[in-house]
Design a protein around this ligand. Sequence first.
Ligand code: SF4
Length: 481
Amino acid sequence: MEFEKKEDCGLFGIYGDKDSVEKTYFGLFSLQHRGQESAGIASSDGEFIQCHTGMGTVGRVFRKGRKTLQRLANPMAIGHVRYSTSGMSKAINSQPFLSEYSQGQVAVAHNGNLINAKLLRDEYEAYGSIFKSTSDTEIIIHLLAKPSHVTKPDPLGHVLSHLQGAFSLLFLHNDRIEAARDPYGIRPLCIGKTKEGAYVVASESCAFDAIEAGYIRAVEPGEIVTLCEEGLKSRFFVAKGSIKPAHCIFEHIYFAKQNSRIFGDNVHEVRKKAGKALAREFPVDADVVIPVPDSGTSAAVGYSAQSGIPFEMGLVRSHYVGRSFIAPTQKARETSVKLKLAVVRDAVEGKRVVVVDDSVVRGTTTRGKVRSIRQAGAKEIHMRISCPPIRYPCFYGVDFPTKKELLANGRDLGQIAEFLEVDSIEYLPLDKMLECVSLDKDCYCTACWSGKYPIPVDVASSKFSMDRYQMRMFDENEYDV
Ligand code: SF4
């Protein structure tokens, strides 16, 4: 894993359990890999919603433990872990967002990125709306509160049909939870049930394992699922099946946890298949296969199994070092990467090493790891990457750097190998990667590799226009976690 791409957000919700808030807390812990910048829980007793959010990991935000959880204790709750799309973090953007409007209170939690958020916000500001955050999510509350929308037969469905981009959303109303997914199903969202019979929703099924809940099914693209006193209800805000899905396949390659089931497949199995395909396509004479943990591990297991080359833990990850990209200088970043990933000298010294990683973004941290392996005495280093070269930015909720900063942009394999200081590098081709998942090939978004965006985006301006917007408003108040 390179520490240059950021996941963005994990969602958890549960209705009708006496320990809903505690289970949300555990659910968020299991989704922590999706965002460590801020966390929060909103809960309702059926009449009144309360909310606690803060900067940092779940453990940090709820460091007072029982006290905060007891204060929130209610039978329905939603929770959120977050990364922003900019390097800086702002407490004001922590979710769930709690607001009050003509129809009562509502708390909103979002995973994804709305590509028309700025357009909508400009329109609402022009009519006098005041925004309290710089997040794209806040526009949803303004759309919900608009007088001409609240009188629609299905106000939420009407509002969601105005949104463009990637959105998996949870809404906590005073008396129910609503979970919705964009018509392309870009980000995952699934439904489960606890042993006691309470319904749960989460970004990934690993959150169900944490609370011993069973997986039922995914929230379908374009579906709104309501968890309420009558159980589980479903409706669609776009005609079911009218839009071809575009599930983010990068969720399988990097973001999601190995024990999760997303888009119909287990993440570990998909990564293992990718590693096997990589070994078939690009064999190499070597003594050991080592993964870049954690997201490269399953693919390395697959590469080793297919090639017969022994698997070794040549890099060990420290879970006690903070995220490298918040280190203030390049030198500090390099040191923190070294601390985070240590080389096991005995596993690589004097050996020809295959290093399996999930992806390469800028390449600077990968090069740092390569240098460390070389310094530990590796004779040869062959990189094998379990996805194609990333050449295009993501506009649907993943914070890759700009196109210019992407290592594979404008470089051929030889130049990439030279930059990374490896003896060889090979990437899994797109068609081979798509053979590792079970849905039809055209059911996945592959835009960061292919440049084919399933939802049209203004590649030249949309991402940065929002960034400028944020800086204009908050440059005085930004701070690091
Ligand atoms: Fe996922 Fe890449 Fe598509 Fe973004 S562009 S949604 S990261 S596949």
